[in-house]
Ligand binder design. Sequence first.
Ligand code: CP
Length: 317
Amino acid sequence: MRHFTSVKEIGDLKTAIQEAFEIKANRYKYSHLGKNKTLMMVFFNSSLRTRLSTQKAALNLGMNVIVLDINQGAWKLETERGVIMDGDKPEHLLEAIPVMGCYCDVIGVRSFARFESKDDDYNETILNQFIKYSGRPVFSMEAATRHPLQSFADLITIEEHKTVERPKVVLTWAPHPKALPQAVPNSFAEWMNAADYDLVITHPKGYELAPEFTGNARIEYDQMKAFENADFIYAKNWAAYNGDNYGKILCTDRSWTVGTRQMSVTNNAYFMHCLPVRRNMIVSDDVIESPRSLVIPEAANREISATVVLKRILESL
Ligand code: CP
């Protein structure tokens, strides 16, 4: 595997999950693979889990790690071609990317949707420039439209906890004070569809995600109905995707906050969220602290998903 930006590059999911379980049982088994190899992690946006788990994964594989926070200490970067650079951005991404490529063997990039242009976001302009100009294998640490390392960790977590072959998994929108990208729900839907789970997506009208991600998932606008007999509840906020509402908040209805009322109609479902989570906006204290909450095991599995992905990239060098 050279680049990793979506579920497509991971290939057969059963093989990937077996590999994840093997690595979880012995996470240093491939520590020889990264000898004298350097990972550069480039962050255009903040992170706790991705930063720590990907760095730990690289250390598991014996790699060296360089972390670059673009907005803290690096030159501000211009990203548009054709701009007269007489403003506050002294360096262009088109020079910065190949320079970064000179100092490392693999590059991880975090670059969220900016909600300035739907085309730029959904064409993954920043991530694709790294792929085109760095000369290095590139993997997504959450881009504008997908968060594949998170979704892979979510899949591993569900596989560890499911009691039926094809569990009912419900992705639910929940309120949030800020407009958040669709990357996590898009990616989650894409991976759950690839795993052939029984996927239901519930959200207020107007929050439909792009059909290329939701695929054959059932859309249910009544949250309580969606939750009936669910085995896993995955909560997330996202801003509107469609038309002129792209990037906007259309609903702040706190009745969508996941609480014991909704969880009571499930099949004693597990609760999941990628974190960070705003308590009592997305989920009640009771639900996130309950024994059925998987938020910490999900975060722990980020190390495993990143180790599998980096291992495969190293094997391709
Ligand atoms: N879930 C996740 O990607 O967390 P961070 O934003 O803290 O990396």
